[in-house]
Write a protein that binds this ligand. Structure first.
Ligand code: NAP
Length: 331
């Protein structure tokens, strides 16, 4: 059936400025790392994307290697884009990335200009797009000169294949260096995509300060620690969950669901309930409380999770007592 978006889709979402740029991103964005591959249900993917857009989520995040198999999440997205979203291209911010191993030989991995330019061309074909809104270098490359990698991002923007560029998983000092080079080239760094959740707070050790000071946006990935920061694993590992599914490509495995982690999850869950939230909602609100964060980048396996997670926006402020209690649990 042809898709007509919800006419009220912009009413309940908030949009936050991405650093010092002109671009606004929804406070909650949707990533297609898992559950959108060729091994997954196309109809479930379609239902999730429609529901997200109907809820005001204007930003979908991809990468060349999402699937499995690698490339297939972009193909799934391309198919659904063509049938459902083609007429709404100007209401969407679509990102992709290159930086992890994608094809054989010396030109399908890391950060050379050869790899980045070729990979984006492939991504555009898979998605059926003329351009992406944001193109990221997916991880730092210790061997390629940063000038070359940033030069490739600048070239891609000048070629009209991306409107903005970003970096992912760069340390605070690597980020400062990348920002300086991109500024010199005249293609400012729009955004950084780091891993960040209550269980992984590395960006509080300098990166967030760099981004805040330089006016670069921040969109944390795996904000629910891939599902650990929800009530999903409280009674063991349910069938169909990401940890039970052995999807590979960095997906959480059963051995990450330790007793120590679950003991913390139980306490966090109690605190969330006192705030009138479920744990997934509190974990997302906790990230959004900092105004240096532009958007929180969620993943979902089911449409209901979009509806549930987005309710985090109903309460993103924390009292000092709540923050102390969370810090004590996480210690
Ligand atoms: N730049 C990078 O290097 C990088 C790396 C990883 C991810 N990312 C990006 O970040 C996005 C999000 O990462 P992620 O998928 O790991 O995020 P996440 O939000 O931490 O985890 C998503 C998983 O949590 C569970 N979940 C989500 N909402 C829930 C809810 N309301 N209640 C209960 N369970 C819920 C689902 O698990 P089940 O599947 O078990 O139901 C879902 O698949 C990716 O899609 C990708 O775009 C980027």
């Amino acid at each position: 059936m042809s898709y007509l978006p919800n006419p009220n889709r912009y009413k309940n979402m908030s949009y936050r400025r991405c650093g010092k740029s002109g671009l606004m991103l929804p406070a909650v964005s949707l990533g297609l790392w898992h559950n959108f591959g060729a091994i997954d249900s196309l109809e479930n993917a379609r239902t999730i994307l429609r529901l997200a857009f109907d809820s005001g989520i204007t930003h979908f995040d991809l990468a060349n290697n999402y699937g499995p198999p690698a490339g297939s999440a972009e193909e799934t997205f391309g198919e659904i884009f063509k049938s459902d979203f083609k007429n709404y291209r100007d209401e969407l911010i679509i990102s992709t990335k290159a930086g992890w191993g994608m094809w054989e030989g010396p030109y399908g991995d890391w950060g050379s200009k050869k790899y980045l330019v070729a990979s984006l061309d492939q991504s555009l074909k898979r998605m059926g797009l003329d351009y992406v809104d944001i193109f990221y270098h997916h991880r730092p490359d210790p061997e390629t000169p940063l000038e070359e990698t940033m030069g490739a991002l600048d070239l891609i923007v000048r070629q009209g294949k991306a409107l903005y560029v970003g970096i992912s998983s760069y340390s605070a000092s690597e980020t400062e260096a990348a920002i300086a080079i991109l500024n010199r080239l005249g293609t400012p760094c729009l955004i950084h995509q780091p891993k960040y959740s209550m269980f992984d707070r590395w960006i509080e050790g300098g990166l967030l300060d760099v981004l805040g000071n330089k006016g670069v946006g921040c969109i944390p990935f795996s904000p629910l620690a891939q599902g650990l920061l929800t009530n999903k694993y409280l009674q063991g590992i349910p069938a169909g969950s990401r940890a039970a599914s052995h999807r590979g490509n960095g997906a959480i495995e059963e051995d990450a669901i330790t007793e120590e982690k679950i003991a913390k999850v139980v306490k966090l869950n109690e605190l969330a309930l006192k705030r009138g939230q479920d744990l997934a909602q509190m974990a997302l609100s906790w990230i959004l409380k900092d105004d240096r964060i532009t958007s929180v980048l969620i993943g979902v396996s089911k449409p209901e999770q979009v509806i549930d997670s987005i309710k985090c926006l109903e309460n993103i402020s924390f009292s000092a007592d709540e923050l102390n209690a969370i810090n004590n649990i996480l210690r």
